[in-house]
Design a protein around this ligand. Structure first.
Ligand code: GDP
Length: 300
């Protein structure tokens, strides 16, 4: 990361050589470049502002270690703060899923249509089965798109998870409760509940998923967001964060060519850990989220 950032900031770093302290003037010049990098990565403006303010506060007056130029010291502050904002300070356990003391552990999936929710259910089911040796049941509470229910059945089969059938005639809350009942009776360790997504933020949808949440009280409520959304991610994240007590984020489509500015925006709005990253369409395309790597990518 230092290399990339230094490349972009080389000019400024050069002018700072010989100065023993980070001053307001040389810091400001450097921060302008960082700001540009973040806007190019499509980070939402409020998140950019928060980051710049944090770096400024940390950088001002900071003693420069004798072997470093002030420029490099500031780059260090930028790196550390970005990784921290991405969740590095939360520790590696922040990316772990919680399991209920009394199985089944319920995972509720939330997010807009097309972001990769159903695919992520399949990926999680496979991960839980193969890596954590859990017996997994999946269910779709998407009563608007029969194709979504069929898609979940397919990916669940591929993942080796059990699938609880539902029909568009059922109510989402009833579906979720029936699946929970089945999971208890058949000793499943984990129940993953997929939900309907709309193309945009929709009050009815929020009420519906909040009702499902209230009925089954999941231990994990994961907000799935598409990295390609860029700064639009901030509004979606806010709406879901207001409607539901989220426990974590899944950032999908990181294999795309976006710089992943959505990660910073979503962290800014929710404060919740990004637990997983989706890195392909395939069911093995799920990784534990790596804050330092993401910081690198966003800073460019
Ligand atoms: P849903 O409407 O939120 O349930 O979204 P889907 O799971 O149906 O996914 C929508 C599209 O995104 C599908 O074509 C998926 O294959 C694709 N997709 C999901 N996750 C990823 C990912 O991490 N990387 C890539 N490249 N595609 C993904």
């Amino acid at each position: 990361m230092l290399d990339n950032l230094t490349q972009r900031l080389a000019k400024v770093v050069k002018t700072m050589r010989g100065e023993a302290r980070l001053t307001e003037a040389n810091t400001a010049e450097m921060l302008r470049e960082v700001r540009m990098a973040l806007l190019e990565a499509d980070v939402a403006l409020p998140a950019v502002r928060e980051f710049i303010a944090k770096v400024k506060e940390k950088a001002m007056g900071e003693e420069v270690i004798s072997s470093l130029t002030p420029g490099q010291a500031l780059v260090g502050v930028v790196q550390r703060e970005m990784a921290a904002l991405m969740g590095a300070d939360l520790g590696p356990e922040a990316t772990q899923l919680s399991f209920a003391q009394q199985p089944p552990a319920i995972i509720l999936m939330a997010g807009l249509q097309g972001v990769g929710k159903t695919t992520t259910v399949g990926k999680l089911a496979k991960y839980l089965k193969e890596e954590k040796k859990k017996k997994v049941l999946t269910v779709s509470a998407d009563v608007y798109r029969p194709a979504a229910i069929a898609q979940l059945k397919t990916v669940s089969g591929q993942a080796g998870a059990d699938f609880f059938p539902s029909t568009p005639q059922d109510k989402p809350v009833d579906i979720a409760l029936a699946a929970l009942d089945w999971a208890k009776k058949h000793y499943h360790d984990v129940l993953i509940v997929d939900t309907a997504g709309r193309l945009g933020i929709d009050e009815e949808m929020m009420k519906e998923i909040a009702a499902v949440h209230g009925a089954i009280k999941p231990i994990e409520t994961l907000f799935v967001v598409d990295a390609m959304l860029g700064q639009d991610a901030i509004n979606t994240a806010k709406a879901f964060n207001d409607a539901l007590p989220l426990t974590g984020i899944v950032l999908t489509k990181l294999d795309g060519d976006s710089r992943g500015g959505a990660a910073l925006s979503v962290r800014h709005v929710t404060g919740k850990p990004i637990k997983f990253a989706g890195v392909s369409e395939k069911l093995d395309g799920l990784e534990a989220f790596d804050p330092a790597r993401m910081a690198n990518r966003v800073l460019g």
